[in-house]
Write a protein that binds this ligand. Structure first.
Ligand SMILES: *[C@@H]1O[C@H](CO)[C@@H](O)[C@H](O)[C@H]1NC(C)=O
Ligand SMILES: *[C@@H]1O[C@H](CO)[C@@H](O)[C@H](O)[C@H]1NC(C)=O
Ligand SMILES: *[C@@H]1O[C@H](CO)[C@@H](O)[C@H](O)[C@H]1NC(C)=O
Ligand SMILES: *[C@@H]1O[C@H](CO)[C@@H](O)[C@H](O)[C@H]1NC(C)=O
Length: 675
């Protein structure tokens, strides 16, 4: 409308004037027309800026809703089967937790499928992850520069053995020490190193699609963010997927509307998976296994040990008994990980005029906000009288790190102060810009010497096609033995290190059992895959050893309903365990007496496992009546002292009338199963 008016008005004015029109009249008319146009444009700009602002707030509202519905954590995996009850279909658990699997034939690939995640209120779906074992660069602060996670050394006591069979024997002993956590057998701790793998996300200003993290197997399959969005919307609309699982749903948002120009600044959500070495040792007992009834109930395995299944999930908690916690091991691990600045840069986020300190530090240590933390301590007490501040409103999994990377979208705040300038009050404003990324833990991955133990001296090439000589060798026979190993065909472990077949049991896994590989002298050797695994194959004399412990938090567990549900499930489960202990009996025998009369004899009695534990562990006593022998019974009060069961009184006397010694003997077979 407007441009047309703009052109028409002066022309009409011209046309309607029969007399000689002055140039003055004409320019006035044009100026008027422009004024109308400018006013309208200014109005539209304001409308548009307000609209953009409203869209931004709408997005914020939806984030706030998700933030308060649950924690930062994993939310769902792709479903397939279902059944008569909702727990027959997958949540974050199917037959695996968060779709983890193995690609042990790749040197550094850790298998993980598509997952739906919430981080700080942003709900997104990843591509098929299959992330690589890399950590933030320790030498460069460039955006997303990484370096390989260090592989542990091979123990010198293995390397110094000439014979491969002897090396295998010694390596097995190390695995046995690690599996049984026996540092006396071998001090395995320098060679079996824990690492924390985590997911990091942020709003970015990237206009072009940016592959956020390395994978040897998957990458985003689109040319632009716009194309990725249409691909994912098509899949959501039609209910299909790309077989390669290379699309991700990563939302965009308006981060900021420029107050001067009304121009919206768009931001693109992106995530990546990284790992970081943990310097402290993480004993297995810190990794508490959760019981997931949704897996166990339909399979009839309630109370069964799932520790060696892919469905097992864990919580990292370093104490023996459950209690409230504010700052612990996981906080210390994350505080050693820097956000997108890579190298700790000693940033000091200023929070509404407060300085921030490391919680519980004494003397008070200023917090370096370039490292990940989920809590902080304020300089002064807050409105509730607290100094401790858990970041987020109610989200114990939200690890936050400040960054100076210009590719991360900033949040801006206009901070205004009233000042007196020459007797007059003036408002002085400055714009504060802050940039953050957020992270959640995914898993503890133990790296072992198998990543670099190479007893056959097989050559390695850092590409994907040397081993197969350009996909002409398949390693199935000595004649077609691989030409050494490469990044995607990593077989250096002697096949007889393991027992029997080393094939995998999951359709998503890729490694094959023993393949033939030529060593440096061109001798074919039979080797097993040496990349990362959830569980090792069966090792002679050791068994299978778990190496990946997923500890990803679950989004839904942040809801009030799920909190009550977990409390209920723990209560019922401990009740069930107690009922079972009450119904299971331990047989006891009294010490034999040789006193005549009444003649050589002993008596028997039983205790429930429940009572057995109360006596043994809690210092309680119980009264029992023994079986009949030589025409009599005894009423015993039983206690546990100095590692043995004994009676305190026998039918009211300190010693039985027929002089049975005090010690009482539980049946070793019955005791064997009691923890
Ligand atoms: C640990 O290993 C040592 C040395 O082999 C052995 O004597 C000890 O019994 C083991 N400890 C446990 C708890 O198995
Ligand atoms: C808003 O736009 C103006 C004019 O383009 C620019 O100078 C200013 O830096 C912008 N403000 C922000 C915070 O981006
Ligand atoms: C963090 O790093 C420091 C310094 O290198 C180290 O002493 C500490 O053990 C590390 N903490 C953890 C949990 O690994
Ligand atoms: C075999 O590997 C070596 C290096 O490990 C490489 O130089 C050679 O080209 C490879 N041979 C073929 C046929 O690919």
């Amino acid at each position: 409308m407007l441009p047309l008016q703009l052109v028409l008005v002066p022309i009409l004015l011209l046309g309607s004037c029969r007399c000689q029109s002055t140039s003055e009249e004409l320019s006035t008319a044009i100026a008027q027309a422009f004024k109308v146009y400018e006013d309208k444009l200014a109005q539209i700009e304001t409308y548009f800026a307000n609209l953009a602002r409203q869209v931004m707030l709408q997005q914020f509202n939806s984030e706030q809703r998700i933030r308060t519905d649950g924690y930062s954590g994993v939310k769902a995996v792709r479903g397939d089967r279902h059944g008569p009850r909702n727990y027959y279909s997958k949540s974050v658990i199917g037959s695996r937790f968060i779709a983890i699997h193995d690609h042990a034939d790749f040197v550094r690939t850790v298998g993980m499928g598509e997952i739906n995640v919430v981080i700080n209120g942003v709900d997104f779906t990843t591509r098929h992850n299959d992330y690589s074992l890399v950590m933030p660069s320790t030498t460069s602060t460039d955006y997303h520069d990484t370096e390989p996670l260090p592989f542990p050394d091979v123990p010198p006591s293995v390397l110094e053995l000439e014979n491969v069979d002897d090396q295998i024997e010694e390596m097995r002993t190390y695995f046995k020490a690690f599996a049984t956590q026996n540092t006396t057998l071998r001090d395995y701790r320098p060679y079996f190193r824990p690492n924390l793998c985590y997911m990091e996300a942020a709003w970015t200003l990237d206009k072009n699609i940016d592959e956020p993290f390395q994978s040897d197997r998957h990458q985003l399959d689109a040319a632009s963010w716009m194309q990725l969005q249409s691909l994912i919307r098509y899949g959501a609309y039609t209910g299909t997927k790309s077989p390669e699982e290379n699309f991700a749903h990563l939302p965009t948002a308006i981060m900021y509307v420029n107050r001067t120009t009304g121009e919206p600044v768009f931001a693109q959500w992106n995530y990546r998976i990284l790992c970081s070495p943990i310097e402290e040792d993480i004993p297995f007992r810190y990794l508490k296994q959760m019981e997931d009834l949704q897996y166990n109930v339909p399979r009839g395995r309630v109370g069964a040990d799932n520790r060696n299944l892919r469905v097992a999930r864990f919580v990292l908690y370093e104490h023996e008994s459950n209690n409230y916690q504010r700052y612990g091991l996981l906080d210390r691990i994350f505080y050693n990980i820097t956000g997108k600045d890579n190298i700790p840069s000693d940033l000091r986020q200023e929070s509404y005029g407060n300085s921030l300190y490391v919680p519980g530090s004494s003397p008070k240590e200023l917090q370096d906000t370039s490292r990940y933390a989920r809590s902080t301590e304020l300089g002064g007490a807050d409105a509730m009288g607290n100094k401790f501040l858990a970041r987020g409103f109610n989200d114990p999994n939200l690890f936050c790190a400040e960054t100076t990377q210009s590719r991360v979208a900033p949040i801006t705040l206009d901070r205004c102060k009233t000042r007196r300038v020459r007797g007059k009050k003036v408002e002085v404003c400055e714009t504060v810009e802050t940039r953050f990324s957020w992270a959640i833990p995914l898993e503890i991955v133990y790296l072992t010497p198998l990543s670099s133990w190479n007893p056959y001296n097989i050559l390695f090439s850092d590409d994907r096609r040397t081993a197969t000589a350009g996909w002409t060798l398949n390693g199935m026979t000595e004649a077609s033995a691989y030409n050494g190993t490469d990044r995607a065909h990593y077989y250096i472990t002697p096949v007889h290190f393991y027992k029997g077949r080393t094939n995998s049991d999951d359709s998503a896994d890729t490694a094959r059992s023993g393949v033939w590989v030529k060593d440096a002298t061109n001798t074919p050797r039979q080797c097993s895959a040496s990349g990362q695994r959830i569980l090792t194959p069966d090792i002679e004399g050791v068994g299978r050893v778990r190496l990946r412990y997923p500890i990803a938090p679950i989004h839904g567990e942040g809801s009030a309903v799920w909190k009550e549900l977990n409390a209920l499930s723990d209560f019922v489960m401990s009740q069930t365990a107690t009922d079972q202990e009450k119904a299971t009996l331990v047989n006891f025998r009294m010490s034999t007496t040789t006193r005549t009369p009444p003649g050589i004899h002993d008596h028997e009695f039983t205790l429930s496992v429940f009572d057995f534990k109360k006596i043994r562990d809690d210092g309680q006593t119980r009264t029992v009546t023994t079986s009949l022998a030589q025409g009599h019974t005894h009423d015993l009060v039983i206690r546990y002292r100095r590692g043995r069961f004994e009676y305190v009184t026998c039918s009211g006397e300190r010693i039985c009338k027929d002089k049975h010694p005090r010690e009482l003997f539980p049946d070793p077979d019955d005791v064997a199963n009691i923890s």
